[in-house]
Design a protein around this ligand. Structure first.
Ligand SMILES: Cc1cc2nc3c(=O)[nH]c(=O)nc-3n(C[C@H](O)[C@H](O)[C@H](O)COP(=O)(O)OP(=O)(O)OC[C@H]3O[C@@H](n4cnc5c(N)ncnc54)[C@H](O)[C@@H]3O)c2cc1C
Length: 287
């Protein structure tokens, strides 16, 4: 690993000042499960700004009107143990449940997963389907960025170098909201070969709104607008699901990589989306 200075701010304002002073010569360290791996390979920064001693970034709250708030230091394990996530956001709970090993779940943060901007991120994908807004803070103040506008290209986000992501809010679910997440992997310790999440607004058997997201099928996590349109205003019948399953391949651009092949991903993507929709409908909010 290359040498770097480990900076340990003890307040949010100190962390923000350090980011302002060091900008592109620094990286934020939350759990470090991505960052330390990157620093061992091709990534070089002069300063690593750890959040370890920064207070006030641990908020994990649910309010029926405001929704879910996740602070920058909230780990995947905390998400898994938080009853409101299991009850109201099953897609996120399911993504946290399959997230690799207990050691990693106790260390890795949800916001780190989002900031890493991996096209395979499990919790990021579930949150993309559920919808969410990041709060970014710098010395010039705070701004909000919707996840729909956050991932720009592989590893690149809308975050500026001097900004710290302090929290994410996820809207409270409406009455008929159903969500689910699934992934295909080689082993549970491995990243996904392909993953999918859905969030459906249901009025009886009719779908009134849909957000369908997929990972490992492009340079960023993606939504499937054509499939979302097929669902919106429709009764979800076996015929519709068959049509959706066939349409998915036209919306994705997978590549061959160490985890899978483009051909495999193209073949299974439609089946995975159909399964995740069925899972959301059949298990609803009881994962
Ligand atoms: C063995 C192993 C297994 C893994 N399995 C999975 C898996 O099953 N599913 C999955 O999705 N991922 C997996 N990962 C990837 C990783 O664990 C996750 O992406 C994790 O959520 C990253 O969180 P972290 O807190 O460790 O982030 P860090 O490594 O601390 O940071 C990740 C990136 O985000 C930036 N960052 C972090 N927090 C902030 C902030 N508040 N503001 C600004 N920038 C910030 C960092 O500078 C860095 O660029 C795995 C990694 C390993 C090593």
């Amino acid at each position: 690993m290359r040498d770097f200075d480990l900076l340990l701010p003890e307040s949010l304002s100190e962390a923000i000042d350090l980011l302002a002073n060091h900008k592109d010569k620094s990286a934020v360290l939350a759990g470090g499960t991505d960052l330390l791996v990157a620093l061992k390979f091709n990534y070089a920064v002069d300063n690593v700004i750890s959040l370890a001693l920064v207070p006030g970034l641990d908020e994990l709250t649910y309010d029926p009107a405001e929704g879910l708030t996740i602070g920058a230091k909230v780990t995947i394990a905390q998400i898994l143990k938080f009853p409101a996530v299991r009850e109201h956001y099953p897609a996120l709970w399911q993504a946290a449940k399959i997230f690799t090993t207990p050691q990693l779940r106790n260390t890795a943060t949800v916001l780190g997963n989002i900031l890493r901007a991996s096209p395979a991120g499990d919790c990021s994908l579930a949150l993309y389907a559920l919808g969410g807004t990041l709060t970014l803070q710098s010395t010039s103040g705070q701004r909000q960025v919707n996840l729909d506008d956050f991932w720009i290209s592989y590893g690149v986000t809308a975050r500026r170098d001097d900004e710290l992501a302090v929290s994410l809010t996820v809207p409270a679910p409406g009455a008929g909201q159903k969500s689910a997440f699934r992934r295909m992997t080689r082993t549970t310790e491995d990243l996904a070969k392909i993953n999918a999440a859905v969030c459906l607004q249901m009025d009886g058997g009719k779908c009134t709104g849909a957000r369908i997201t997929m990972g490992c099928v492009g340079p960023t996590l993606i939504r499937l607008p054509k499939v979302e349109k097929m669902l919106e205003g429709a009764d979800i019948t076996p015929d519709l699901l068959q049509g959706i399953s066939q349409a998915v391949a036209s919306e994705i651009t997978p590549i061959d990589d160490i985890r899978s092949s483009a051909d495999y991903r193209l073949k299974v993507a439609g089946i995975l989306v159909k399964r995740v929709i069925n899972l959301a409908l059949n298990e609803g909010n009881t994962p």
